[in-house]
Design a protein around this ligand. Structure first.
Ligand SMILES: [Fe+2]
Ligand SMILES: [Fe+2]
Length: 180
């Protein structure tokens, strides 16, 4: 009985962590693209491609907004930080040019795609509704990743270093947002 209760508690905690961190990540993603769109404008060729991805991120964040209310999960306290950090990342990569902006997408989506994959595995047979959402979003993120590759992300100047910095930033953000 006690075991069952503590198991339910830890399941609940796991699901809360998943929703909190994914909400934070999707929020950050919308900010990155907003920053890039501020530089490229929505009417340029690159802007249009980014806008398509940004629209999907908007759907993602709205889904997690709803889930937070439904499951009474509080957002990470670091939302203001991710707001600024995401936007600055978007603006700065866009200022470096289209390839760097795409390299940013490739790096972010690589981390997020794997992150969703890991969450889906961890959920196992728990919360199939949430799992379905996560797997759908994983597919969307991997599509964004591929769009970045198709748009010469890997030809960005300093691609390897840029990619490393962004990936480690994302991983740190994920680790922190689970807890705080
Ligand atoms: Fe997303
Ligand atoms: Fe994405």
């Amino acid at each position: 009985m006690i075991n069952k209760k503590s198991k339910n508690l830890s399941n609940k905690k796991m699901i809360e962590e998943i929703i909190r961190v994914d909400h934070a990540g999707e929020y950050g993603a919308t900010k990155i693209y907003a920053g890039q769109l501020a530089i490229f404008g929505e009417e340029s060729e690159t802007g249009k491609q980014i806008k398509n991805m940004a629209d999907q991120e908007q759907e993602h964040i709205e889904t997690f907004n709803r889930l937070m209310v439904e499951k009474r999960v509080r957002p990470t306290a670091l939302m203001p930080v991710w707001n600024i950090a995401g936007y600055l990342l978007g603006v700065s990569t866009a200022l470096m040019g289209k390839k760097a902006a795409m390299a940013c997408t490739v790096a972010v989506e690589d981390v997020i795609g794997k992150h969703y994959e890991k969450q889906a595995k961890a959920l196992g047979r728990k919360d199939p509704k949430l799992k379905k959402i996560i797997l759908k979003f994983r597919d969307d993120e991997l599509e964004h990743h591929d769009i970045g590759i198709e748009n010469d992300a890997e030809k960005a100047i300093g691609y390897t270093l840029l990619s490393k910095i962004i990936k480690s930033g994302c991983k740190t953000a994920i680790a922190i947002s689970k807890k705080i």
